[in-house]
Design a protein around this ligand. Structure first.
Ligand SMILES: Cc1ncc(COP(=O)(O)O)c(C=O)c1O
Length: 351
C-alpha cells in the first residue's frame, strides 16, 4: 500500500465489523438479528405502487410524512421524532451531537460493539462500565459514568438479550446529568419499553429501528424520540437527506400494519421460548431473552468450535471473541424450520 492519507486517529482504529452476509450457497442465517419473515404484504404492494418518477426530487429533509405517522402510532408529537438511515445513523448523530472531542461517552460492557467504535471515530473518551455477573446494570452507573456527556444503554441489551429493570432505568434518567440514550432496537420483542420516558425527562432519547420487528433491515430506516430541544440540535448534525423518499414511503406503510407486526413478533417470541427450552434441556446455559436472539453457552464443547462447525454446515450464528461472552454463541431466532435444523445440528455437534 502507498501513503496513507487518512487521519492518524482513523488509521489507528479497526472500525466496526458487521456480521457476515454470505450469498451464493444455501445457508441458514442466524447471525445478524434480522427477521426471518418477509415484511408486511402491504409493503410488497407499496413497493409496486411507489411513484418512481418522484425520485428526481430530494426527499423531505426531516421525513415529515413519516414522522407524522410515527407520531400518530406512538401518541407522541412529531417534533419529538427524528429519523435516520437505520438506527446506526442515529447513534452516529448521538455521538456527534452530544460528545465533543476529548469528552466522555459511557456505555456498558458487554453491549453493542458499535458503541466504542463510534466513540473512537468522534475522538471521544471511552468510559465503559462492566455489567454485573448476570449482565444486569450495576447500582453505581452514575458514579462510574462521571462527567460523561452521553450514556447509551441497549434495552434489550445486545448481545445478551436481557432487559434492565425499568425502575433502575428511570432512576438513571433522573440522576445522570448528561443525555441518557436508550437503544430500543429490539424493544418490540420485549414485554415493555421506555418510550414514555422521553415525555418525562428532557435528557432522554429512545431509538427504534425498522430492521428487526418490521423485517426491513435492507431498507435502512430508524427513528428516535426525544425532547424537541434535543431533536432540534440533532437535526443540525444529520445529513440533510439521511432518509430517502422510498424508505420514508415504505416506512409509513409498514407502520400502518400493526396487526402484521404483532403477529410477526408473536411468532418470533414463541419460537424463542421453544428454542430456549430445548437448549436448556440439553444442558446449555441460555440467558433470559426479551429480544429476537439468544445468547447461549454449549453444554459440552467450547462455543468457538460449535460456531465453526455450524458454519461448515451452512448454519451461521455469531461468535464474539470478547471478554465475558466468548463462552457463548448468539443465535438469531429464525423460523421454526430453521431453528429445528439448528437444534438438530447442535444435538450432533455438542456431545
Ligand atoms: C443494539 C443495536 N442497536 C442498533 C442496531 C442497528 O440497527 P439498524 O439496522 O437500525 O442500524 C443493532 C443492529 O444489530 C443493534 O443490535
Amino acid at each position: 500500500m502507498g501513503k496513507n492519507f487518512a487521519r492518524k486517529d482513523i488509521q489507528a482504529i479497526g472500525g466496526y465489523t458487521p456480521g457476515e452476509q454470505i450469498t451464493g450457497r444455501r445457508i441458514i442465517k442466524l447471525n445478524t438479528n434480522e427477521n426471518p419473515y418477509p415484511p408486511s404484504p402491504k409493503v410488497g404492494e407499496a413497493v409496486k405502487a411507489f411513484g418512481w418518477e418522484s425520485l428526481c426530487l430530494y426527499p423531505e429533509p426531516t421525513a415529515l410524512p413519516l414522522r407524522e405517522t410515527i407520531s400518530r402510532i406512538f401518541g407522541i408529537p412529531q417534533d419529538y421524532v427524528v429519523c435516520g438511515n437505520g438506527s446506526d445513523d442515529l447513534l452516529t448523530i448521538a455521538l456527534r451531537t452530544f460528545v465533543g472531542a476529548g469528552e466522555a461517552f459511557a456505555y456498558p460492557e458487554p453491549s453493542y460493539s458499535l458503541y466504542p467504535v463510534l466513540a473512537d471515530l468522534q475522538a471521544a473518551v471511552k468510559r465503559p462500565f462492566q455489567l454485573t455477573a448476570d449482565f444486569g446494570l450495576p447500582e453505581d452507573v452514575v458514579a462510574q459514568a462521571g462527567d460523561a456527556k452521553l450514556l447509551i444503554l441497549a434495552r434489550p441489551n445486545a448481545p445478551t438479550g436481557n432487559v434492565f429493570p425499568m425502575a433502575q432505568i428511570r432512576k438513571l434518567c433522573q440522576e445522570f446529568p448528561g443525555v441518557v440514550w436508550i437503544d430500543e432496537a429490539y424493544a418490540d420483542f420485549s414485554d415493555d419499553n421506555c418510550v414514555s420516558l422521553v415525555r418525562e425527562f428532557p435528557n432522554v432519547v429512545v431509538s427504534r429501528t425498522f430492521s428487526k420487528s418490521y423485517s426491513l433491515a435492507g431498507l435502512r430506516l430508524g427513528f428516535a424520540f426525544a425532547d424537541p430541544g434535543l431533536v432540534y440540535e440533532m437535526n443540525k448534525l444529520k445529513d440533510s437527506y439521511n432518509t430517502d423518499r422510498f424508505a420514508q414511503f415504505i416506512g409509513q406503510v409498514a407502520l400502518e400494519d400493526q396487526e402484521y407486526l404483532k403477529a410477526n413478533v408473536a411468532k418470533i417470541r414463541a419460537t424463542r421460548e421453544a428454542a430456549s427450552a430445548t437448549l436448556r434441556a440439553r444442558g446449555w446455559e441460555v440467558l433470559p431473552s426479551q429480544s429476537n436472539f439468544l445468547l447461549a453457552k454449549p453444554a459440552h464443547r467450547p462455543a468457538a468450535e460449535i460456531f465453526r462447525e455450524l458454519r461448515e454446515r451452512g448454519l451461521l450464528v455469531r461468535y464474539f471473541s470478547l471478554p465475558r461472552v466468548d463462552q457463548y454463541i448468539r443465535i438469531t431466532i429464525g423460523t421454526d424450520e430453521q431453528m429445528a435444523e439448528f437444534l438438530d445440528a447442535v444435538a450432533e455437534l455438542d456431545r
